[in-house]
Write a protein that binds this ligand. Sequence first.
Ligand code: SF4
Ligand code: SF4
Length: 147
Amino acid sequence: MEIEQRQNQFWKTKSLKEMTKAEWESLCDNCGRCCLHSVQDGKTGKIKLLAVACRYLDISTCRCLVYKDRFSYERDCEALSPDRINRIKKLPYSCAYRSLVEGRKLGSWHPLVSGDPNKVHEAGISVKDKVVSGVHVNPDDLEYFHF
Ligand code: SF4
Ligand code: SF4
């Protein structure tokens, strides 16, 4: 399926709304960045990602441990949909969904482009080896964990 999707290059021809569920899911490069805790700057309103991941993110693979039922496990987990991409402030510049909505290409590390799911880690895009799991951090101390 993945090879077929790569060959189709659907992300170049379809809008986010036209994609099948499998195509939509394959757009995620599993960087794990949207699964980080964040704080909002009181003055600018900008969101700053912290170096602490949601307790359900496996920080060695950057994959969600409870993906199928994630919304019942984590109330702060945000559902992505074509209409909501612009409103989810945590999505980093590198995010594939954000890139397409903003008219940019997928990065060379993206699994659909490179054919290699490890490239997102090798290219330093993912949070692998850069963050700690929320399991080990007291919620009151989150703001001390900067990149
Ligand atoms: S930031 Fe985007 S590409 Fe990265 S894990 Fe989240 S949804 Fe997937
Ligand atoms: S529950 Fe949501 S925020 Fe937490 S790791 Fe899974 S997808 Fe990411």
